[in-house]
Ligand binder design. Structure first.
Ligand SMILES: *Cc1c(COP(=O)(O)O)cnc(C)c1O
Length: 366
C-alpha cells in the first residue's frame, strides 16, 4: 500500500540528529520553558521574518489564545471558511464568539473574499482565513476589507508552515499567525505543539502571559491564563526539523509537480491550480473528481491510499450547525463531495508517484 504519509521514513532520514537533540534535553533536567523553547522561538521568528513568536501546546490553543488576547468574546462574530478542520471554528466557540461560515473559491478552496464582504455585520471583529492544504489564502482583498471595517485578521497557518504570498511567509501577512506542529503537519513534532507569531509587542506580551497562567513574573498572576506551553523535548525536535523544512517542502512541491504533469488533461479530474504569487507547500495534494467514493475504492484496490479532507463542511457538523445563519454555501458543499487527497510526503519516490498516477488514470477509465 502506498500510504498517505510516512512518519517513520521522515524519522529515518534524520534519526541521528533527533536522537542527539532529545538525549541532550533528557540529560539537562529542564523540560518546561527552558533554552530549547527560547531558541526555537527565536529561530522561527527569524525564519518567518517576524518580531515575536510564542510556543504553546497545540495549533488549536494558538487560535484560541490569539482570539483571547484580542479580547474576542460573547456577542462577537468571526468570519471563517466552512471548508476547514473543526479546530478553526472550535477556537472561536471557546472564546464564546460565533463563527460565521462563508463559502470558498472553487479552485483554490480557500476563503472567497467576495463572500467575506457579504458576511460583515456590526458584530464582526475578526476574519480568520485558513491557508488550506498549504496554499496561502488570498490576503490582499481580506486586508483591504479588514482595513475598511476595522477588523483584525488571524491566520490559521496550521497546514502551511513555510508557504509564502508576495514574498512573505504565512503567519506574517496579518496581525497574528497561528501554527500547529501536530506530527503530520509540514513541520511536525513528536507529539502536540503550536506557536503564535505577531509583530505586535503588546499582543505578544499578553499571549506569553496567557500561555503560562497569566503570569509574567513568579507568583504574580495578572490574568486568568492557561497551561499551554511547548515543551523542551518538542522544541528540541522542532529545531532539528526546522533546519530541514525547506527541503521537505521542496520535495512535496516536486511530488505535486509530478502529479500535475501526470494528471494534466485527464477528463473529470481537476488538479490544484498553481499559486502564481507565492509558494504552495502542499500539506495535502487534493484533486476534485466526480464519483469520488468509487474512485477511492478503486485506488484502494490498486494499493493506493487516499483521504477525504473534508467530507462535511463545518456548517453541516452537529457541533456548529446552530452557528450557521443559513446562507447558502454551494461551493463548499460541492467540493466536500468531490475532494480527494492523494499520498504526499517528502520521501515519496518517483516510482510511487507514477503508480498513483497510473491508478488514478485507470480509475477514471483513461
Ligand atoms: C491541524 C489543524 C489545526 C489544529 O492544530 P492542532 O495542533 O492539532 O491543535 C487547526 N487548523 C487547521 C486548519 C488544522 O489543519
Amino acid at each position: 500500500m502506498i500510504p498517505m504519509l510516512s512518519l517513520p521514513a521522515q524519522h529515518a532520514d534524520i534519526a541521528g540528529e533527533l536522537e542527539a537533540a532529545v538525549t541532550e534535553v533528557l540529560a539537562s533536567g529542564r523540560y518546561i520553558l527552558g533554552e530549547q523553547v527560547a531558541a526555537f522561538e527565536a529561530e522561527v521568528a527569524d525564519y518567518l521574518g517576524t518580531a515575536h513568536t510564542i510556543g504553546c501546546a497545540s495549533g488549536t490553543d494558538a487560535l484560541h489564545l490569539a482570539l483571547r488576547a484580542l479580547e474576542i468574546g460573547p456577542g462577537d462574530e468571526v468570519i471563517t471558511t466552512a471548508f476547514t478542520f473543526a479546530a478553526t471554528a472550535e477556537a472561536v466557540r471557546h472564546v464564546g464568539a460565533r463563527p460565521v461560515f462563508v463559502d470558498i473559491d472553487p479552485h483554490t478552496l480557500n476563503l472567497a473574499p467576495e463572500r467575506v464582504a457579504d458576511a460583515i455585520t456590526p458584530r464582526t471583529r475578526v476574519i480568520l482565513p485558513v491557508h488550506l492544504f498549504g496554499r496561502a489564502a488570498d490576503m490582499a482583498p481580506l486586508r483591504a476589507l479588514a482595513g475598511r471595517h476595522g477588523l483584525t485578521i488571524v491566520e490559521d497557518c496550521a497546514q502551511a508552515f513555510g508557504a509564502t504570498r508576495q514574498g512573505r511567509r504565512v503567519g506574517t501577512l496579518a496581525t497574528v499567525g497561528c501554527f500547529s506542529f501536530f506530527p503530520t503537519k509540514n513541520l511536525g513534532a513528536c507529539g502536540d505543539g503550536g506557536l503564535i507569531a505577531t509583530a505586535d509587542a503588546e499582543l505578544a506580551a499578553r499571549l506569553r502571559a496567557l500561555c503560562n497562567h497569566g503570569s509574567t513574573e513568579r507568583d504574580h498572576h495578572e490574568a486568568v491564563g492557561y497551561n499551554s506551553r511547548l515543551d523542551e523535548l518538542q522544541a528540541a525536535i522542532l529545531r532539528v526539523k526546522l533546519r530541514h523544512v525547506d527541503a521537505f517542502n521542496a520535495a512535496r512541491q516536486r511530488v505535486a509537480q509530478a502529479y500535475a504533469d501526470g494528471l494534466a488533461g485527464l477528463p473529470g479530474v481537476e488538479t490544484p491550480p498553481p499559486a502564481p504569487d507565492g509558494s504552495h507547500v502542499y500539506h495535502q495534494y487534493t484533486i476534485l473528481v466526480p464519483h469520488r467514493d468509487a474512485v477511492r475504492h478503486t485506488l484502494h484496490a490498486a494499493g493506493v491510499a487516499s483521504a477525504v479532507y473534508y467530507p462535511r463542511p463545518l456548517h453541516r457538523q452537529p457541533a456548529f450547525v446552530d452557528d450557521h445563519d443559513g446562507r447558502p454555501l454551494p461551493i463548499a458543499e460541492r467540493v466536500a463531495q468531490r475532494c480527494l487527497s492523494l499520498p504526499i510526503y517528502p520521501e515519496l519516490s518517483e516510482t510511487q508517484v507514477g503508480e498513483v498516477i497510473t491508478a488514478i488514470r485507470r480509475a477514471m477509465g483513461a
